[in-house]
Structure formats: structure tokens, C-alpha cells
Ligand binder design. Sequence first.
Ligand SMILES: NC(=O)c1ccc[n+]([C@@H]2O[C@H](COP(=O)([O-])OP(=O)(O)OC[C@H]3O[C@@H](n4cnc5c(N)ncnc54)[C@H](O)[C@@H]3O)[C@@H](O)[C@H]2O)c1
Length: 367
Amino acid sequence: MPDLLTQAQLIEIVKAAHPPRPKLARPIVIIGAGGIVRSAHLPAYAKAGFPVIGIADPAPGKAAALAAEFDVPFSFTNTEEAVAFAPAEAVFDIAVPASQLLNILPLLPVGAVVLMQKPMGETIEEARAIRDLCRARKFTAAVNFSLRYSPNNLAAVELYKHGCLGELSDMEVQTRTYTPWQLWSFLATAPRLEILYHSIHYLDLVRSWFGNPRGVYCKTVRNPQTPQLAPTRSAIVLDYGDAKRVFIATNHSHDFGDRYQRSFAEWEGTGGAARITLGLNLDYPKGKQDTLEYAQRGDAEKIWHALPVSGENFPDAFIGTMGALQAFAEGSAATLPSHFEDAFQTMALVEACYRSSENGGEALTLE
Ligand SMILES: NC(=O)c1ccc[n+]([C@@H]2O[C@H](COP(=O)([O-])OP(=O)(O)OC[C@H]3O[C@@H](n4cnc5c(N)ncnc54)[C@H](O)[C@@H]3O)[C@@H](O)[C@H]2O)c1
């Protein structure tokens, strides 16, 4: 049994968790001036010192109002103008409904550096078309899978890298909360909702820890309170063989106060267990505090250490997604974890979940 780590040693380990950053920040041009740009993109870039030089949105007055609020010097009412204005080294940061990506990407110059919001299209066919377009136009492009860069997940990764979790055998993500879907008018008619727009973060997070599963078992269902919406509750089991249990369970219709609301990811391994709370989901988009706790196997007192986390999902995770892209584009980072080629695989996993849900489970033999 290894010596038990002290609280001070654990704090030293998680202190090493930092989002990736470029040596030289590039100017950013944002396409889309909606809720996520206001609550996360712009606050993150201001905090990181990433300069935003323009915002475009066709909705009258929207880009101009947001530009004024965040001291962004230029605003535009269409993407073409923003592209014509952008200097050669600009990063295009696209945050629009997924259905719009294939209208915007062809307008960007060959060789552009691009960050696009998740999901990468609304279906696997759209994801494939986006991937092929990114390849053909030689984009250096990533998808904004921000949960990977949430400070508490980065700290949990540090624990894992230091061997504190040992060999992993278990990961679960559970969210039981009330999500105000009406914040996104485009979701009112979206044929796919919970997995495509929310659990996609968890599927991507699981892939970042375990790689691709062999397969997936899934059921996603509607909420009787919002029968007009596509399914908003899901249960997903990911198959990593006989020695790992990995699942995601979400219920966004728990409108009974915060007493039993939960949102967390938890890992267990031969060396210990870690748990992060996903505070954002518990009062979206304001959020509650993100946390990280760790318990070491062999500790007779069974202590869960509360460890410091250097920020919140909104906005800090967005420093990581933009920082990783820029570091890769300038050559100071060798890899780009959320590269569109990798993001396509997360989209393939989303598609497999919907297929599994439609195909149904194993029927009972009752005789
Ligand atoms: N990574 C995350 O954690 C996270 C969180 C929330 C939302 N998102 C994603 O961000 C995207 C936008 O979400 P939101 O909450 O800002 O939605 P929103 O509805 O508040 O805003 C979308 C904006 O896009 C604009 N738009 C639509 N078509 C456009 C076009 N062709 N060109 C330019 N602008 C266009 C709309 O006018 C609107 O202002 C969605 O795809 C969503 O999945 C990601």
C-alpha cells in the first residue's frame, strides 16, 4: 500500500493544472452574438487577455450591443463583412446554432484558424460534411468541447497523471437538475436535444479519459411537462469491456428545488476516487461553484479531500478551448485534443446513442 498523500501534497499536484495558452495571442473575430458568447466566450477572453476585434450577427443591433458591452471595437451584421475585415492571422470563433455551421464555414478563407461551438452539426451527415469542408479548405479547426478544459476536470487529470487514481475501473456522470431549455429558441423545433446539445459534453469527456468505447447502450426520452420538445432525459451505458463501468444519466426536468438536484462526474480506480461537481448545471447559466474532491484507497479514515479549483466552467473552460487551438496553430503545442477530426468521433458516438435508443433494448423471453 503506498504512503498516504497529505492534503498539502495533493494541493501541490492539482496546482499544476493550467489551461493551454499560446505564446502570442491572435486577434479573434466572433460570429454569433448569443447567450454563450455573452456568458462565457467574451468573459473568458477578457480574463485571458485574448483580443477580440469584431463580432458579427444578423439579428439587428445584437452584435453592436454586445461589442459595446465588452469594448470590442467593430461589429457587423453579416459574416461576409467580418471575413473581409479580419486580418490574415485572425481566429474565427463561431458560436451559432449547429444548423448554421455549413452556411458560415464556406465563407472563411482557405487555411483559416477556426473554433466552432459544439455540436459539430445536427446529424452525423452534417458532421461529415463539416469535416470534409475543414479538410478541403485546410482549416486548422477545433470544436469547443469546453468541459474537457473546465478547471476541475483539468485538476482531476493532474491527479490521474500523478497516479493518484491508479488504473481506472469506473466513471459515472449524473445530472439531475432543471434546465431552462426556453433560453435557446432554436431548440424549440430541434429534432434532437439532450444528447446532441448537452450529454455530448459528457460523451466527449468520457472519450477524453477512456478513448472510444466498443459500443453504447442508450435510451433518451421526452419529458411529459415539455411534450413539444425532443427528448431531454437520457441514460447511456458505454461499453469498455467487462472490467469498466462507465455511464451517463441525465434528467433535466427535476423542477423540485435544489435539495436533490445533482450534477457531477466521478472516477474510481485502483489508487483512489475523484469527484467533480458541475456547478454550472445547478443554476444555468449563473451556476454554482465547481468543486473537486479526492479519496485515496487504503486511507483507513476514508477522508474525502476538498481540493482547490482555479476557476469555473463558465468562463474559464473557454480559455482552454481557445488557448489549445491557438497554441496548436502557432506550433507551440504538438496536439489539438478537440481537433475537428477527433470531434467527429464524438459526433459518431452521439449518433450511435440515438441509433441505440431507436433500436430498443433486448426483448424479454417470457416462456
Ligand atoms: N460549450 C458550451 O458549454 C456551450 C454552452 C451553451 C451553448 N453552446 C453552443 O453555442 C451555440 C450558440 O448557443 P447560444 O446559447 O449562444 O444560442 P443563442 O440562441 O443565444 O444565440 C445564437 C446566435 O447566433 C446567431 N446566428 C444565427 N444564425 C447566424 C448566422 N448564420 N451567422 C451569424 N450569427 C447567426 C443568432 O442571431 C443568435 O444571436 C449552440 O450551438 C450551442 O450548442 C455551447
